[in-house]
Design a protein around this ligand. Structure first.
Ligand SMILES: *Cc1c(COP(=O)(O)O)cnc(C)c1O
Length: 369
């Protein structure tokens, strides 16, 4: 990571806010349901180790990642945690799951059969989750495979089923009929596979109602400050602040254009500030002529295209004392939170976070002393 003085932007990650978000979600859960933490993709780009250590200190015991290697890295950080691996075991990796005490999510009858054979050979019923597809058509047993399994429960002999799980397709759209259909399908599934506890809700699923909470919720984005209930004000604390540093400021006048493709034409005397953050930093190109930075409460629109290493802001309305070289501008901050930036970029907050690049200087605040 670059030193602060060398970097073009400072990314501040508030670990106390992540923990407060986790506690808020846990407290929303009904009937003693547990709250896991989803930390795949380097904790949504915010840094696996600091995030999981903070979450564990807050009381989180159960974690989900996508890949085996993410799980091995997580195991090194948290020797005691319960770690589930959403993408399941690649062929031949069952011994590594056992060695690192990882719980695979089994996504097909073939996954189940491989894990069962491994358990029998090892003489130990090892835990695994059984993932049933109730409407994503992505991972998990499709209905035909569920029928086969329910009709022949011996296919689970030798395994210790941990959770029967499923995943919601439209949880961020509360009125979508698929939520209720998936809930009904999941209930029928649990009646047919009564051996394990159940896990259903992601962040948004928690806000669909207590029916969705069952035994274990799996929030990700809400921990990191994304709004899990987009039709209402965001109940989560903001976690991320990205402050670009002004590199140069210049006066321009008509007729003059800004940046590649001459896509912005200044319409009168203006001041343009250049900030060393670009699409190579994960600052999405779709924010060109669309996003903005904030100097305190003063908005400065991004004008022109986003370059690889630079953006340009119209700072005509910002007092010169606040936008000289070295001053900072919020590219993500109190006035432009991740969901607002995502909307301007035509994407979702998940993509904003997971693109945060390695050239930012990172500062973690609010961690355990
Ligand atoms: C990523 C993921 C989650 C977390 O989803 P969020 O929307 O970030 O809360 C939960 N469950 C599964 C299966 C996932 O892939």
């Amino acid at each position: 990571m670059p030193r602060e003085e060398h970097s073009g932007a400072v990314l501040t990650i508030d670990l106390a806010a992540i923990c407060a978000n986790w506690r808020q979600l846990r407290d929303r859960l009904h009937g003693g349901a547990a709250c896991a933490g989803v930390v795949k993709a380097d904790a949504y780009g915010l840094g696996m180790e600091p995030v999981v250590i903070a979450l564990a200190a807050a009381g989180c015991r159960i974690f989900f990642v996508a890949h085996l290697d993410e799980a091995i890295r997580l195991r090194a950080a948290l020797p005691e945690a319960e770690i589930h691996v959403l993408n399941g075991p690649p062929a031949g990796t069952a011994p590594e799951f056992a060695e690192h005490r990882l719980v695979p999510v089994l996504n097909s009858l073939a996954d189940i059969e491989d894990w069962r054979r491994f358990c029998i050979a090892k003489g130990e019923a090892l835990p695994a989750d059984i993932h049933i597809d109730t409407g994503m058509s992505r991972l998990g047993l499709p209905p035909q495979e569920l029928d086969i399994l329910a009709g022949d429960p011996g296919r689970l002999d030798g395994i210790a089923p941990a959770y029967v799980m499923s995943h919601l397709a439209c949880a961020d759209t509360p009125d979508h009929p698929l939520n209720r259909e998936q809930l009904d399908a999941f209930r029928r599934t649990r009646e047919r596979l009564p051996l394990a506890k159940a896990s259903f809700a992601n962040s948004s699923g928690i806000f669909l109602g207590t029916d969705f909470h069952v035994d274990l919720a799996r929030p990700g984005i809400a921990l990191y400050g994304g709004n899990p209930a987009p039709e209402t004000p965001n109940p989560m604390a903001q976690v991320v602040r990205l402050q670009g540093k002004i590199l140069q400021v210049r006066d321009v006048d008509t007729p003059q254009t800004v940046g590649y493709g001459a896509s912005h034409l200044v319409s009168g005397p203006a001041r343009i500030a250049t900030v060393p953050v670009g699409y190579a930093d994960g600052f999405l190109r779709s924010l060109g002529n669309s996003g903005s930075g904030f100097f305190g409460d003063i908005e400065a629109p991004i004008v022109g295209r986003v370059s690889m290493d630079l953006i340009t802001l119209d700072v005509t309305s910002v007092p010169e004392s606040q936008c000289a070289p070295g001053n900072r501008v919020d590219l993500i901050g109190p006035r432009n939170a991740i969901d607002a930036v995502a909307e301007r970029a035509g994407t979702i907050s998940y993509e904003i976070l997971t693109n945060l690049g390695p050239r930012y200087h990172r500062v973690y605040t609010g961690g355990a002393a």
